[in-house]
Write a protein that binds this ligand. Structure first.
Ligand SMILES: [Zn+2]
Length: 157
């Protein structure tokens, strides 16, 4: 980082901390030539989050793609576009705030599901069935069981 006073290119970082909104890192630097201090901001948005797919392929986190999947899940449910938009933002924030720049798609799906579950159970199940590519009915049933404990399921004697 070039010193704004003398133009020297080397500086040392004397302090580093997230900004209040946590979307950037504020660094105090000291010029190694003139010794003056200055502040730089590094925005986390500039670093893309990489999603590692099941087949090992990697792609940048795609907000629109995730939103499209969520839109399909909330058809005819009482969830607004704003709510799913917020959900995606929350996830992005959570990842960046924890300095996670690479995540496998299963784990990302799990994060979405966890939040969707709090919003709407039907949307949750729909999204789960799409995202997790259920292999068989047992898997789907066990997912269902998680959201609606089956009280009536008693052993017949
Ligand atoms: Zn300087």
């Amino acid at each position: 980082m070039k010193c704004p006073y003398c133009g020297y290119i080397n500086s040392k970082v004397t302090d580093s901390r997230p900004t209040e909104s946590s979307d950037a890192i504020r660094r105090r630097r000291e010029c190694l030539d003139c010794g003056k201090r200055f502040t730089t901001f590094e925005r986390l948005e500039d670093t893309p989050i990489i999603v590692v797919k099941k087949n090992g392929g990697r792609e940048p986190f795609n907000r629109q793609k995730l939103l499209n999947g969520l839109r399909r899940a909330i058809v005819k449910r009482r969830i607004s576009e704003d709510q799913i938009d917020q959900l995606v933002s929350d996830i992005e924030f959570e990842l960046k705030n924890n300095f996670i720049y690479e995540i496998n798609s299963d784990k990302l799906g799990g994060m979405v599901l966890k939040k969707l579950r709090q919003l709407d159970r039907v949307a949750y199940i729909r999204f789960a069935s799409v995202y997790r590519n259920f292999q068989d009915i047992n898997e789907f049933t066990s997912e269902l069981a998680k959201i609606q404990p089956i009280k009536d399921l008693r052993k017949k004697s």
